[in-house]
Design a protein around this ligand. Structure first.
Ligand SMILES: Nc1ncnc2c1ncn2[C@@H]1O[C@H](COP(=O)(O)OS(=O)(=O)O)[C@@H](OP(=O)(O)O)[C@H]1O
Ligand SMILES: Nc1ncnc2c1ncn2[C@@H]1O[C@H](COP(=O)(O)OP(=O)(O)O)[C@@H](O)[C@H]1O
Length: 201
């Protein structure tokens, strides 16, 4: 809701269906949530590539990248994480309105923040994907050396170590990256999207 009541919504001259006709697929947001190192970015970028080769218009919004620009004023307190997720939710809505499949890869640790984003969308436009991986395995992978720093006390409020992660209670899809390869996970995601009629008009 705008702060100023004099701001009036201007509707688009092009409908979602018209954009879907042009692109030959529907649009939606896939929201990847999971611990640092669980595989959110790896899966989102691999899926993006796979969709691109099938002429499907997709784009990845990734925590690290967005925090370099749009959200470079935000840290990792619960309030800042909430604002991070709120802004990404709004940006994702724009992508969906623009006819794209937007792949959002954010730890998004709090159930209530993910529920807030979910409420921003029509039910058919938003899917929560839980990228499941144990803390032990994430720490073993430690692709950026952040767990080590968190354990050494160099990073405060690190998710899984010194900040909470709420396991999703009712995700649309669970991907266990300790059991599936990247290729198998991408296929699972494509099968899921097909089952939701995203590629058929
Ligand atoms: N304290 C703390 N806790 C968690 N993560 C941290 C922290 N400090 C820095 N990082 C790095 O920031 C990435 C997470 O950013 P997100 O925007 O996805 O986080 S959140 O959704 O707002 O919780 C996260 O990226 P991923 O490892 O890709 O998840 C880390 O690289
Ligand atoms: N099956 C798998 N699926 C996804 N990533 C995996 C898998 N097995 C190992 N990895 C590795 O785990 C790490 C996950 O890191 P990343 O994708 O950055 O996670 P996140 O974005 O959740 O922090 C990468 O180094 C990736 O190569």
């Amino acid at each position: 809701m705008p702060h100023t009541p004099s701001i009036v919504w201007h509707p688009s001259a092009i409908t979602r269906n018209e954009r879907a006709e042009l692109y030959q697929h529907r649009s939606c947001a896939l929201w990847f949530t999971g611990l640092s190192g669980s595989g959110k970015s790896t899966l989102a970028f691999a899926l993006d590539k796979a969709l691109h080769t099938q002429s499907i218009h997709s784009y990845v919004l990734d925590g690290d990248n967005i925090r370099h620009g749009l959200n470079n004023d935000l840290g990792f307190s619960p309030e800042d994480r909430k604002e991070n997720i709120r802004r990404i939710g709004e940006v994702s809505k724009l992508f969906v309105d623009a006819g794209m499949i937007v792949l959002c890869a954010f730890i998004s640790p709090y159930e209530q923040d993910r529920a807030m984003v979910k409420r921003m969308f029509d039910p058919d436009d938003f899917f929560e994907i839980y990228v499941k991986c144990s803390l032990e395995e994430c720490e073993r992978r430690d692709p950026k050396g952040l767990y080590q720093k968190a354990r050494n006390g160099e990073i405060a409020h690190f998710t899984g170590v010194s900040a909470q992660y709420d396991v999703p209670s009712q995700p649309s899809l669970v991907i266990n990256t300790e059991k599936l390869t990247v290729e198998e996970s991408v296929q699972l995601l494509i099968d899921f999207m097909e089952s939701r009629q995203l590629f058929s008009l």
